[in-house]
Design a protein around this ligand. Sequence first.
Ligand code: NAD
Length: 483
Amino acid sequence: MAESITEYRNLIGGRLVAAADGRTLDSVNPATGETWARIPASGRADAEAAVAAAREAFPRWSAMPALGRAALLRKVAEVFAANAEELARIETRDNGRILRDTLKRDLPGMTYLWQIAAGDVIDAVKGDTVILGPDTLGFTRREPYGVVLGIIPWNSPISTFSAKAAYALAAGNTVIIKPAEQACASVLRLGELLAGVLPPGVLNIVSGLGEEAGDALVRHRGVNKISLTGSTQTGQAITRASADALKPLTFELGGKSPNIVFADADLDAAAQGVTVNSVYTGNAGQVCVAGSRILIQRPVWQEMIERVTAIAGGLTLADPLDLATTMGPIVSAGQYERVTGYLEIAEKEGAELVFGGTTGAAVVPSMPGGYWVAPTLYTTTDNSLRVCQEEIFGPVAVAIPFDTDAEALAISNDSSYGLAAGVWTRDLGRAHRFIRDLQSGTVWVNTFRQMPPGLPFGGVKDSGYGHDAVLAYTREKAAIIQT
Ligand code: NAD
């Protein structure tokens, strides 16, 4: 039976509104292939309205005592806690990320993140004092930028929304969020829930296509800072579009993260770490930090391949809204084409198929219209293959053997990306050397995909620069008083 369609609206100036010209985009449930929601297809007029509302709200919001802002951010945290189940279900229906992940991992984390951001308001107003001479006092003031634009992807809308909005608001900025057109219902629902919690115009949410709504916002002279979580190509497009106005940018972009298993590792933990918490479950590999290159030291190569094969074979591909499901679908028809295209590329390039691939089609009989891709593993000794160098963003891993530490490091760093890396070893000295030498924003040792608030999260090389934190949403002014 067809699902009933939910209509979502933008949040602009405290009001829930359709796009100015009434256009909408369909939001498809990727597990069924059916349209389940409609979202505003915003354009230039909506971008104008959102920027005007954010600019109007800025003077009062930035002048509010820091503890007043903190009290309101704590109220937002309460909204997350009170509506966790509903928000998690909306996000799972919208992007296919399994409910186990959205409900048990993301939502509790978000309540915590907004509480932490509320505590961070003090850091945002702290400055330095420099005594320059007996009659000369120097000091710094931290000031918000003004209007911050947060552009977020479809794979974890609630958490990327929170990472940007919470810290930018804590620092005294007003915010416009542009969620991704493929999946933004959870963020638009948050707009409904937060409309009466934050003063009008302090938080605005404008959905629509990247090249239309996103581009109009990026180019707007009334936007003072941009933070993007998305692909490297979009980061490059935004850099070009914002160059004339010299806007400060923060970019959290793509990755091709290595997960390195040494022969001395706890192989039980490593096998779980390179599969379930990385490239297969959770979001079917549609995770920026997915450990899509699994490097395995030769003495344990065979054993690890067998363990990974057994774990992948035990995954349950089914309705992501079912808590027993361990892997969901690919987010959209477009992304499905891209991922399955890479399976063909891998096989043409000569990567050896272990499981999945073009011949291992995933079948979920109760949901035949969904965008299902089977967990897939290839092996190769050639890290220059496209499937080793390009971000696939699906449940596709490539295993690469190595002998020495130097070889593992060289293969890991032979990538245009540098977002994250995993190291599985019992050798503490080696762990420290890899933490030092890996070209990567985060290095996990004997764990994977932990991203707690309080530690920076961002990349190097084509994976971006900067990260979402309260100080990233402030700039420093110097003052000198001569008496
Ligand atoms: P995307 O870059 O296509 O889209 C991201 C956002 O940018 C969307 O809201 C989109 O509408 C907008 N956008 C696209 N073109 C634009 C333009 N010209 N101007 C303004 N906005 C524009 O990425 P995606 O497909 O939504 O998400 C997948 C990508 O995001 C992957 O590369 C993944 O690695 C990355 N990602 C990174 C992180 C991280 O923290 N590093 C986290 C999640 C996802």
